[in-house]
Design a protein around this ligand. Sequence first.
Ligand code: SF4
Ligand code: SF4
Length: 118
Amino acid sequence: MAWVITRMCRDCVDMACVEVCPVDCIVQHKQKGDAAGYENQLYIDPEECINCGVCEPECPWEAIFEDEQVPTVFDEDTAQNAKIVDERDDFEVPEREDVAVPSTDDINKNKAKWKYDA
Ligand code: SF4
Ligand code: SF4
């Protein structure tokens, strides 16, 4: 059991989730958006995640799901989070940056962009 960060996270620079994770398992590729095969978003190492769930309510973009609850449209993201286990040395815990909280309209537009109907 682990939690998963989906593509709805892409280009968020808030990283509120990182601040609350008790085991520092929410990470970013060291090359950020320039890493081959990895988009500019954060990932959860499923082998380090202790399934506490405290990150989920902190995410303004509603991008985090428990693995068994990940919407079908984000199936590839579950695999992508799992993939980092083998490349963990290329990832690090990012620094928190303060940015404006997205509006409800922003959040809904992001969901529509990724064809997430919720
Ligand atoms: S708070 Fe949500 S959208 Fe922002 S970096 Fe964390 S998972 Fe991504
Ligand atoms: S569920 Fe807990 S341990 Fe797992 S990524 Fe979220 S805050 Fe970290």
